[in-house]
Design a protein around this ligand. Structure first.
Ligand SMILES: NC(=O)c1ccc[n+]([C@@H]2O[C@H](COP(=O)([O-])OP(=O)(O)OC[C@H]3O[C@@H](n4cnc5c(N)ncnc54)[C@H](OP(=O)(O)O)[C@@H]3O)[C@@H](O)[C@H]2O)c1
Length: 307
């Protein structure tokens, strides 16, 4: 498994992380064998959030850790907080601190390797985030901190107050949902891709040693399902098949290799619950697409242009 830098922390982490959002769709036994097989195959970085399965995903994982305590030191455990589903976002100090206590309780562990703030809170007071991070670090409950779905200025605001470096920003990124790179190439144009949705967040992350973690790497925009084998993404699937064949890999693997080809050293947060698919995605981390292949795949997705 390819390893990438985790922010400026100095540690390396697997380029493919196991997204745990769908873990509660498995039985406890199936989840256990999936998690154990992931670790055996080098996928030892697990991405949770307190809201996944309304806490069930973390609880299932906690049961696995209770049964296999030796696993804890072999894995990297990340979770996220700050969303109160359908009601509000909350990045107040008390909410962050109490969320972490809930997460640790469900995961049956005494610390997280990383905590991400799940979404920006319009009412955020960065001094409170700083106080929460300091407390969690001092108590040994969280080693590294990061964010998710934040743009450059939101991170800049936080970084004025927090004492720890932001290690990661988890952002939606896939071949069809690629504004992160489109806006950089369509700069100065009046085209759809030229709209800067996030304050050049990819360049900001590279400038500040923040690892981009790509969520929903195989999904179309707005939760419309996977683009792999989707009839309305025929061109993209044809090119993924062709490029994949040249590397003896599947379309899914080619789509993952496309993300990992980016020189910023992104992590792919893969949400599959099938070990066969996870193995394909892990294998993709060892394959490097050529520049031509990367652009071929990019241009095969609807709306992508080179001005
Ligand atoms: N920070 C955020 O706001 C945010 C938002 C969403 C997700 N996430 C994180 O990102 C992770 C991945 O998100 P995701 O699950 O939406 O993304 P994904 O990895 O793009 O999609 C995985 C889902 O697509 C299905 N799928 C169907 N065909 C597939 C194929 N050919 N290849 C791969 N998957 C296929 C999988 O089913 P099978 O299980 O049958 O393979 C699974 O349900 C989550 O687990 C979570 O950790 C973060």
């Amino acid at each position: 498994m390819k390893q990438v830098k985790f922010g400026s922390s100095g540690i390396m982490v697997p380029a493919v992380a196991v997204g745990c959002m769908h873990l509660s769709e498995l039985s406890q036994e199936a989840a256990e064998s999936y998690v154990l097989e992931c670790v055996e195959n080098g996928a030892s970085f697990f991405d949770h959030a307190d809201i996944y399965g309304k806490g069930q995903c973390e609880a299932i994982f906690g049961n696995i850790l209770t049964k296999h305590p030796e696993l804890r030191d072999r894995i990297f455990l990340q979770s996220k907080c700050g969303i109160i589903s359908g009601r509000m976002y909350n990045l107040s100090k008390d909410y962050i601190v109490s969320s972490v206590d809930g997460i640790l309780d469900r995961l049956k562990t005494d610390h997280l390797d990383a905590l991400l703030l799940h979404r920006p809170d319009a009412l955020v007071e960065p001094e409170e985030v700083a106080a929460a991070f300091d407390q969690l670090e001092q108590q040994g409950k969280v080693k590294y901190f990061g964010v998710s779905n934040m743009n450059s200025m939101q991170m800049e605001l936080l970084r004025k107050y927090v004492h720890q470096p932001l290690a990661a920003d988890q952002l939606q990124f896939s071949v069809p949902v690629a504004n992160l790179v489109s806006q950089g190439m369509e700069v100065n144009m009046d085209s759809a891709g030229s709209f800067d949705h996030d304050g050049s967040v990819l360049d900001y992350c590279r400038l500040n040693d923040i690892t981009v973690q790509a969520w929903s790497p195989f999904q179309k925009a707005n939760w419309q399902g996977t683009f792999i084998d989707a009839p309305d993404c025929a061109d993209l699937n044809r090119v993924l098949e062709q490029v994949g064949a040249a590397h003896h890999m599947s379309k899914t693997a080619a789509a993952a290799a496309w993300i990992m080809r980016h020189p910023s050293g992104m992590q792919v947060i893969a949400g599959t619950t099938r070990i066969s698919r996870m193995k394909e995605i892990i294998a993709a981390s060892e394959e490097e697409l050529t520049r031509e292949e990367w652009y071929q795949i990019y241009l095969s997705a609807e709306g992508h242009i080179l001005p």
